[in-house]
Design a protein around this ligand. Sequence first.
Ligand code: UDP
Length: 236
Amino acid sequence: MERKEKLYEGKAKIIYATDDPDKNILYFKDDATAFNGAKKGSIVDKGIINNKVSAKLFQMLAENGVESHFIEQLSDREMLAYKVDIMLVEVVARNYIAGSLAKRMGKDEGGKLEWPIVEYYYKDDDLNDPMINRDHVLVFGIASAEQIDSAHKTALKVNQILSEYLFARDILLVDFKLEFGNYKGKMLLADEICPDTCRLWDRHTLEKLDKDRFRRELGNVEDAYQEICRRVCGEL
Ligand code: UDP
C-alpha cells in the first residue's frame, strides 16, 4: 500500500490517503510538543518507537476483543489504519494521581486511586482542550450518547487489559488518553497508544518512562522511550 496525498499534518503524525478510500497511512514523526504546542522539540526516533509500541498494543488489544483502526505496520514509521471520523472528545483514564489531576485536586502525585477515574476533554486547541462531562458532550452535540458511552466502556476495558499487560513488564499504567473514531457506524479505538499518550512509571523505582521526561525537562528522554519499547515489544 502506497502513500498518496497528504490529508492532515498533526503535532506527532501525518495522515496520508491511499488507493483504498477506507484506509489511511499514518506517518509517525519525531516532533514533540507539550502544553498545547507552547513547548516544541524533538525526541530522536520517537516516531519509530511510537509506531512500534502502538502497533504492538493495538494487536494485543485486538486479541483481547478491543477493535481499533489498526490494520498493520507498514514500515518503521508507517501504520495502515481504517479511515475514521475522529470524535472530538479525548477520553482519559487514570489509576494513580498525576498531572492535571494532582493540580486540580491539590494532591501529590503518586497516590493510587480507589477505582479508575474516566474524564472527557473537548478536542479544541483554541480552547486548550477543556475538561467536559457527559452532559456537555450531549447538549453541545459533540457526540451521541451511544458513542460516548461506548468510548467510556472501552476506555475502562482498555485500562484493565493494558494495566495487566504493562504490570507484567514492570510498568505501572498511571494514566492515559484515548481517541475514538467512527468507522461505518462503529466506534473504533484510534490514534496511538505510546509513551506520548500514557504515563508509564517503573513498577519498582517509580521512575517516569514517558513524555513527562520531555514536558518537565527531566533528561534521558530517548532512553526512557527505548526502555518502554524494549519492555512492551520484547518477549517476556
Ligand atoms: N494526554 C495526552 N494528550 C493530551 C493531554 C493528555 O496524551 O493532549 C495524556 C497524558 O500523557 C497523560 C494523560 O493524558 O497520560 C492525562 O493527562 P493530564 O490530564 O494529566 O494532562 P497533562 O498533565 O499531561 O497536561
